[in-house]
Design a protein around this ligand. Structure first.
Ligand code: ZN
Ligand code: ZN
Length: 249
């Protein structure tokens, strides 16, 4: 299927105009050269960020390359790589994918990732890449998991195996949007589990978690906790957009 999809995309990009996922002007690619260049120059990945949680660092934190919050309350995950800020040029594209269910944007966002971020991650060693899961109820109401739809299309080392179903999520009535931070941390606790078939597969392995948007870090921290409790050796977050909020782990 992926092979056919690639052929179709390569033919259609030659013969059909396409709207840039950022400025929406019609041209030949899913993102225009101008917007790609802007992201290349202004993307969050160009800035000095905390190696552990991906937040931009203050001058006093530069020496350790780690923010005060991670120093005082280290999260369970080891590293975080973020492409851009939530407030940046790609926010609308993520909203179109998530809330308007326009799946073509997953292809465009993966394209952006490949064009400007893959070279920074090409030597990254890991065994598996897992998307942040949705609960089965959420999955059936949205129809797809946006993190997986992007993650499955990005190019990464062939040694990194992508596993869409290893992590699972319970459905809770209290959803993540809104609510006080402490309440969100409580609400997220115990929300994830590893599918029985993958418990042994993931033990002792280095794992990448892919998320479309990282906000407080509570979700990714809880996922890393579950993975580490079950023997994962290293957990890294690959994130498309990072909000500027300080983490409270
Ligand atoms: Zn554009
Ligand atoms: Zn940090």
């Amino acid at each position: 299927m992926r092979f056919l999809e690639k052929i179709f995309q390569s033919i259609s990009s030659q013969v059909l105009p396409s709207a840039c996922i950022v400025c929406e002007r019609y041209q030949q690619h899913s993102i225009c050269a101008h917007c790609l260049q802007c992201l290349n120059v202004n993307g969050l990945f160009n800035y000095e960020c905390c190696y552990q949680c991906g937040i931009t660092l203050k001058s006093l934190e530069l020496e350790e390359q780690r923010c005060k919050q991670c120093n005082s309350y280290p999260p369970y995950f080891d590293e975080t790589y973020c492409l851009d800020r939530y407030e940046g040029a790609l926010q609308n594209a993520v909203h179109q994918l998530k809330y308007q269910k326009r799946l073509a944007y997953a292809h465009g966002l993966a394209n952006v990732w490949d064009h400007i971020f893959s070279k920074h991650l090409k030597n990254f060693r890991a065994n598996f890449l897992l998307p942040v899961p949705l609960s089965s109820r959420k999955l059936s109401s949205r129809g797809f998991n946006q993190s997986w739809e992007i993650a499955r299309r990005i190019t990464c080392s062939p040694n990194i195996r992508k596993l869409p179903w290893a992590l699972r999520r319970y459905h809770h009535e209290f959803q993540q949007a809104g609510g006080k931070l402490a309440a969100r941390h409580l609400a997220i606790k115990g929300m994830f589990y590893i599918d029985d078939h993958f418990l042994e597969v993931l033990r002792g392995q280095s794992i990448i978690i892919f998320d479309d948007v990282m906000t407080s870090g509570a979700t990714l921290n809880e996922i890393a906790r579950i993975l580490k409790d079950n023997g994962a050796s290293h957990v890294t977050n690959w994130v498309l957009l990072r909000t500027a909020k300080v983490m409270h782990v």
